[in-house]
Write a protein that binds this ligand. Structure first.
Ligand SMILES: Nc1nc2c(c(=O)[nH]1)N[C@H]1C(S)=C(S)[C@@H](COP(=O)(O)O)O[C@H]1N2
Ligand SMILES: [Mo]
Length: 452
């Protein structure tokens, strides 16, 4: 079944309410409405090479800040010979650089891991391909004069935490900061950054995961010691190797997420869909990190035979490549269609999921199972939601800071729900001792673990 026929039936509503046109975003999957976390639906991979702003995913740990350009300054501090406070006009007078790059959240594909873990249950679309314009971070750092011993550059934005949640501050190694492709961008796709995407200035770190692309940038600190804030020390860490699924890893053994991985997504057909026996096109997009995509191969028989897909003409070192593969199923059968990308460095995607505790960097080969029949069109039934009444305390305790979408997408065991309620208490939720068990019991019954 093709994506266009699916959207007509409104099946994307399964994963989130549709956003209205007034939000400026079009048909996004709402992972959270407040703080704003929006996923691009699959058709976004196919509609255009550059992802339009209204289709570009949004990931915000805190509520969106409103920044007025005239009151805004970028501070450059720390191990520099002269601290700077630059206005937007001053930045715009510096040499302008433009590049195309994929921006992908490290958590893209988290919702596909088994066993599941708490966090936004992104499937494929917390990624986009943008055209970014601004100044080189290296030029700004040179203007401030970097002192000897600099090892890291840390970024802070104008957004402020919700409740007692830790503040979102991320850093990158000094060498990546000095890379001529690392930018401070004031434009996206040829227009000023929108509020969602970090107006007036954001970091652009091509090939690196989205968490270091700090938005609403207000302060840059050059450091000679590693920054140890929550989002460096605890959040966005990966064991750096596959670990036993479901088993916790000592945080001291984990390293910050850095570069993206080579990856491809089939966007033309939906898993477990139905198609006819005639000609169809398998289409999607593939991307990598600092080494560009070299090839995409497609298999329609579960990985026995592979053939090269045609790559789209648009190609940029850090951008994605769209791909297309002609296929005629011919015979009625249940087909496993797969795509596998390779980059210029020879790296490719694993066939078997490599689990990690926070569900980052999922680049498992994408398999789409398709039932080819002579007369497609059978209705797809929605899985029934468990009918459980919310306790009176739920709304007052859990829906003050964010909406129910943040909760409803989770697939957690009872122990995971208990831990999640504990985390919310630490972040400011007022859970009374009398209500705690009732809430955990409700959350587990209403939003239990379910296989994808
Ligand atoms: N200040 C600030 N910058 C931020 C974030 C944030 O919460 N606050 N989220 C980061 C994460 S995790 C990602 S994936 C990207 C998402 O960028 P986008 O919303 O423009 O797609 O922004 C990054 N920059
Ligand atoms: Mo992210």
């Amino acid at each position: 079944m093709t994506i266009s026929s699916l959207s007509r039936r409104g099946l994307f509503g399964l994963v989130g309410a549709a956003l209205t046109a007034a939000d400026g975003k079009r048909g996004m999957i709402v992972r959270s409405s407040r703080a704003e976390d929006l996923e691009m639906p699959l058709e976004g991979f196919l509609e255009s090479y550059i992802t339009p702003v209204e289709r570009f995913f949004v990931r915000s740990h805190h509520y969106l800040p409103t920044v007025k350009a005239e009151d805004w300054k970028l501070k450059v501090e720390g191990k520099v010979s002269s601290a700077l406070a630059l206005s937007l006009d001053e930045l715009k007078k510096m040499p302008r650089v433009e590049l195309v790059s994929v921006l992908e959240c490290a958590g893209n594909g988290r919702g596909l891991y088994e066993p599941s873990m708490p966090g936004l249950q992104w499937t494929y679309g917390s990624v986009g391909n943008g055209r970014w314009s601004g100044v080189r971070l290296a030029d700004v750092l040179k203007r401030a004069g970097v002192q000897a011993g600099a090892i890291e550059v840390v970024f802070d934005g104008a957004d402020v935490p919700v409740g007692t949640q830790p503040e979102f501050v991320r850093g990158i190694p000094f060498a990546k900061a000095m890379d001529p492709n690392t930018l401070l961008a004031y434009e996206m796709n040829g227009a000023a950054l929108t509020r969602d995407h970090g107006f007036p200035l954001r970091v652009v770190a091509p090939g690196w995961a989205g968490d270091c692309w700090v938005k609403w940038l207000t302060r840059i600190e050059v450091r000679d010691k590693e920054f140890d804030g929550f989002f460096m020390k605890t959040g966005y860490r990966h064991p750096g190797k596959p670990v036993v699924p479901g088993v916790p890893v000592d945080p001291a053994q984990m390293k910050p997420v850095t570069t993206l991985r080579v990856k491809s997504v089939i966007a033309s057909h939906l898993d477990k869909g139905e198609i006819g026996l005639g000609a169809t096109k398998i289409r999607g997009a593939a991307w990598s990190h600092e080494s560009p995509i070299a090839s995409v191969e497609v298999s329609t028989d579960g990985g026995r035979k592979w053939a090269a897909a045609r790559l789209g003409k648009d190609a940029h070192r850090f951008g994605w490549r769209q791909f297309e593969f002609d296929w005629t199923p011919g015979e009625a059968a249940y087909y496993s269609v797969m795509a596998r990308a390779r980059n210029a460095a020879g790296e490719t995607q694993p066939f078997v999921q490599e689990w990690n505790p926070s569900g980052y960097s999922n680049n498992t080969v994408h398999t789409v199972r398709l039932n080819a029949v002579s007369a497609p069109g059978a209705a797809v039934s929605k899985p029934a939601e468990p009918a459980v009444e919310a306790p009176a305390a739920f709304k007052a305790t859990c829906l003050g800071c964010h909406g129910e979408e943040a909760i409803a997408q989770q697939r957690l065991s009872r122990a995971q729900w208990e831990a999640e309620v504990g985390k919310m208490q630490r972040w400011g939720a007022r859970v009374t001792p009398e209500n705690k068990e009732t809430l955990i019991e409700y959350l587990f019954k209403r939003y239990p673990y379910r296989a994808r």
